[in-house]
Design a protein around this ligand. Structure first.
Ligand code: GDP
Ligand code: IMO
Ligand code: MG
Length: 429
């Protein structure tokens, strides 16, 4: 494989694949890290030097001092939560001076959170299981042109403009959901206070990113969520509200797709899902419980237990195709130690027919039965492994089988949460 200067890192399943860990790892050799989609619905855990850090909207490159970290236009940002996140990482000794925020990001405002909660309630049994961070309503407002762009806070008529949007939102909340209105002056003042804490970081980041690439700098694009939660290509309606797939790295950061060299998909060695939606390979038995406990599969943001299942190669190949994934980085391989037989779903059976693709509706997806290929497991603890050769034979075969089924090379694998527990097979960046 070639060595690339601009690389997209995306989740290839339903999120929580270890994108944060991998972005932090590759950020050690990057100049710029760009977060291009989502908001503080994401939760990335990063471990190094015996310390554990968590970020939601701040890019995972923040722990590398020489990296410029950018929150780009494709994101939705809750400024109040962003400032809180700054404070937390500052306390753990991290300098966040190297952060820039696009003046084109859309804001998540307090009423978006209220609408998210009210809409979930109204969905009743069909709840999506959102993170209740206001993500859907903020993207909804962006598309219906009722959103607020960060740059607008510098306009001299901003207060009037905000008041008119705010009045509309209050009417909507009250008439649709009977929710008590928020106070305008308080909402406005909280917003301005948070803005004042970060305003020196707000620039037109598109130009910065384009110049960085043209100057030969090394730029990483960090995805949030996973390809199967993509609003267009994911398992709709049980998805998030943005394009999480790699193609959005260009639109979500305001540069031409021609400036992006390659895409790496982060792939968990098994599957997890948080929230509702069909999940053909789900394990609701002691094997699944064991994986959940060994992998600490509890949401870093909402603390919800993650649903666990076997690796689903049909869903993974859908992600590979819709995101143009050139190489895979396999994470949490250590969690599979101790399982006798490890399955990979290679096809589905739907209404008596075998299919090789993800159906477009949840009802059909619910009916898909996985067809498995069985692989021998291994007993050994692999958390101290430093090379492919040191892996037990069965683990080597499992990785080789993934490559064969997906027809995409594996560029490395990870055997524990720490930055050091990472084995690079190809120096792609
Ligand atoms: P992200 O949202 O894709 O960044 O992933 P999360 O951080 O939400 O979830 C991944 C979890 O797995 C985190 O707690 C990581 O510390 C942890 N993790 C990442 N890679 C590995 C690995 O190879 N082995 C183990 N055991 N844990 C890992
Ligand atoms: P990271 O970046 C896993 C899921 C939610 C819910 C659906 C919609 O850590 O991988 P939303 O609040 O976005 O409207 O919720 O998407 N979801 C995630 N699941 N990891 C994430 O982020 C997620 N972000 C959203 O659980 O099912
Ligand atoms: Mg996560």
């Amino acid at each position: 494989m070639e060595k690339y200067n601009s690389l997209v890192v995306v989740g290839s399943q339903w999120g929580d694949e270890g994108k944060g860990k991998m972005t932090d790892y590759f950020a050690q050799r990057a100049d710029v890290v760009v977060r291009f989609a989502g908001g503080d619905n994401a939760g990335h855990v990063i471990n190094f030097n015996g310390q554990k850090h968590k970020v939601t909207i701040i890019p995972s490159g923040i722990f590398n001092k020489k990296v410029t970290n950018i929150i780009a236009n494709g994101c939705v940002v809750n400024l109040i939560n962003l400032v809180k996140e700054f404070e937390v990482i500052k306390k753990s000794g991290v300098d966040y001076g190297n952060l820039l925020i696009s003046d084109r990001v859309q804001l998540i405002l307090p009423y978006h959170i209220k609408i998210d909660e009210a809409q979930e309630e109204a969905r009743g049994a069909n709840k999506i299981g959102t993170t209740k961070r206001g993500i859907g309503p903020a993207y909804q407002d962006k598309v219906s042109r009722l959103g607020i762009r960060l740059g607008e806070l510098e306009d001299d008529n901003f207060k009037e403009r905000f008041q008119s949007v705010f009045d509309y939102q209050m009417k909507f909340l009250q008439t649709m959901f009977g929710v008590e209105p928020l106070n305008f002056e308080d909402t406005y003042n909280d917003l301005i206070n948070a803005y004042n804490a970060i305003k020196d970081k707000v620039i037109d980041t598109d130009i910065f990113i384009e110049n960085a690439i043209k100057d030969g700098k090394k730029v990483l694009f960090e995805g949030a969520q996973g390809a199967l939660l993509d609003i267009d290509h994911g398992t709709y309606p049980y998805v998030t509200s943005s394009n999480t797939s790699a193609n959005n790295a260009s639109t979500g950061s305001g540069i031409s797709h021609k400036l992006i060299d390659s895409t790496m998909g982060v792939v968990k060695a098994y599957s997890t899902r948080v929230g509702a939606g069909a999940f053909p390979t789900e394990l609701t038995n002691e094997i699944g419980d064991g994986i959940r406990e060994r992998g600490h599969e509890y949401g870093s943001n909402t603390k919800r237990p993650r649903r666990v299942g076997w690796l689903d190669a049909v869903a993974l190949k859908h992600a590979i195709r819709t995101s143009g994934i050139d190489s895979m980085f396999i994470t949490l391989l250590d969690v599979l130690s101790g399982i006798d037989e490890i399955n990979i779903c290679v096809r589905y059976e739907l209404d008596g027919k075998e299919i090789n693709s993800v159906p477009s509706t949840n009802q059909k997806y619910e009916k898909c039965k996985p067809v498995y290929m069985s692989n021998p497991g291994w007993k050994e603890d692999i958390t101290q492994v430093k090379s492919f050769d040191q892996l037990p034979d069965a683990a080597k075969k499992y990785l080789k089988m993934m490559e064969k089924i997906c027809e995409v090379p594996i560029s490395g694998f990870s055997v524990g949460p720490d930055r050091e527990q990472t084995i690079l097979l190809e120096n792609i960046f």
